[in-house]
Design a protein around this ligand. Sequence first.
Ligand SMILES: C[S@@+](CC[C@H](N)C(=O)[O-])C[C@H]1O[C@@H](n2cnc3c(N)ncnc32)[C@H](O)[C@@H]1O
Length: 265
Amino acid sequence: MSERASDDWLDAATLYSAMAADYDASFGALAHRRAYDRLAGEIVGQLLPAGQGLILDIGCGTGRWAQIWLSLGHNVIGVERAQGMIDALTRRELGEKFSLMVEDMEMVDLSPGTADLVVAMGSVQYARDPTAMIRRFASWAKPGGAVCIYVDSLVALVLDLIRIGKRDEALMRLRSRRGVFTQGGHQAELHLYDRQALVADFKAAGLVDIQCRGLLVSSSAWGSEGCAKAMAEDEEGALNLDRRLSEFPVMADTGKHLIAWGRRP
Ligand SMILES: C[S@@+](CC[C@H](N)C(=O)[O-])C[C@H]1O[C@@H](n2cnc3c(N)ncnc32)[C@H](O)[C@@H]1O
């Protein structure tokens, strides 16, 4: 995974700027988004520092996660560079315990060994070199501090593509391990992960106590419409099934996303 992408990498900033206005609302409106968001929130919740701590929110978007952690008394530094997202975040008025670094995560200079928790929710797969980025996340954590990220799953995407009849693209994505997110006429290129590669990147970063699970592992069986139906019929039941399934590491790659966390020794 560590190969640096070429300079013609389709950067995510324009796409996320354009998505910013409706971004937060989409997690309420779209069942699968709401589902993986809730499941991810539960895992990150267990990694929060016991007292008041410092959390780095890399690719913080509109600041919706930062707002939760700030409300619990933590200090948060966000890193973001899509102007639309920054505008939405600024409107949130997150207060003086929050500071924003308007920078590319691959260039930003943060103090090593200072964070209790480094989080990258759905953002690091857009970096040109996510393997190097995970190493940098680990370096920003203090000894005993945690790193938690979630990224898109290669296997779940391939299964989806087969389901909708895009067989050639399924094979192409398996070979390239890269995807393209298209929205509103904009495109962003991303790296696609499997559990083994993600755990390998965490290990290479020197992290320990590594865990990796799928988020929304049932979606590969249900498809997005089936998932929406199951959520509409019984949201708690659907999430409970997912919580139980995702405890089995063998199910991880069927998750729409993979979430991994580990500690700096
Ligand atoms: C899927 S969104 C997630 C936003 C936020 N973490 C959340 O969960 O609501 C990905 C975010 O990562 C940001 N991002 C992508 N690549 C980035 C980079 N190289 N540097 C900084 N931010 C980046 C995007 O602009 C976008 O806001």
